[in-house]
Design a protein around this ligand. Sequence first.
Ligand code: NAD
Ligand code: IPM
Ligand code: MN
Length: 365
Amino acid sequence: MAARSVVVLPGDGIGPEVTDHALAVLESACAGAGVELVTERRLIGGCAIETEGRPLADETVAACQAADAVLLGAVGGPEWDHLTGDMRCESGLLRLRKELGVFANLRPVKVHPALAQRSTLKPEVIEGVDLVVVRELTGGIYFGQPRGREGSGPEETARDTMIYSRAEIERVTRVAFELARGRRGRLTSVDKQNVLVTSRLWRDVVNDVAADYADVELEHQLVDACAMRLVRAPRDFDVVVTENLFGDILTDEAGMLTGSLGMLPSASLGEPGGPGLYEPIHGSAPDIAGKGLANPLGSILCVAMMLRLSLDLPDAAAAVETAVDEVIDAGTLTPDLGGSANTNEVAAAVLAALANRLQPAAANA
Ligand code: NAD
Ligand code: IPM
Ligand code: MN
């Protein structure tokens, strides 16, 4: 079997703390599948600014473009928050997404039965939640021009530009329809068409694409109402498709349905054959960095998504997911989920459960 190549970008704050464990899980899963894994570790974000003078080196972009997949931790932190423009940690991440062409960001939100009691929401509201947000990732107000600040005093202005083309909306919408077709056949498109012209184009394009997916039940919802419905009746949702900024905000909210933001993985995909980018949806969490408190499960679940979507190892992906389920069932949890285990203990438990699954005979000997 061909070797798989993965670039690892741990980043800042808790990024390296969770990514190192996720990488160990990836190594174990590939070894169990008898597949050679070639990894290359590089810098992104604040650590890259310190060492390479910029948040994302061109050589790093090239290495990512040549790989099968990229595993990323998180970028940013208070040390670098005064920086502006291309020197911002976040600009490095946005450039990487753009250069990889990963326009569809899949963010699955699944409530584990044993965690339904741990959420800030009532168990009867969140039990059985199983949804995926497809967030448009390389367009919209994150990238639109012109942007910037001008003038001074009371006349000082700042502007961002929200802009979408029909082609950008259509390609991400097709990803969402295909996903819904393979799931429960329901798609919610989220926009703000009562105010924004970009949203009116969004809704028109989604309706046009829907003609090719008569088997999928489509509904449209305004983003403010969707934010409300996510906490009132989250089981209503199967697949949600939305633009970049709305998707960013709604998925932090949706993350809390699972008990913690630290649980959510994501996969960012472009045209078939290109590398996938895998990052937990949380940030560098400066408030808990270096304390052993970070939940590594979001990053570990990224590895499962990578194995399935970029490395063509679906059995290994399922093994990782089952290992995570077993660890949650056993109550080995970090403090964000009300547990008392540290990052290393949770990760070690996942590795042990995975080893059991991959080599049952050896483990039981
Ligand atoms: P954050 O996601 O880092 O943290 C929000 C809250 O969630 C914090 O209280 C944090 O302790 C908690 N949390 C996050 N991940 C956790 C985990 N794995 N386990 C336990 N608790 C966890 O958001 P923020 O504090 O607003 O941002 C911090 C920095 O991270 C900023 O510089 C921001 O730009 C950056 N950021 C980066 C990414 C990324 O690289 N993908 C994503 C979001 C934010
Ligand atoms: C995320 C993050 C990023 C985003 C930031 C760090 C640029 O919040 O991945 O959700 O807004 O996309
Ligand atoms: Mn975010």
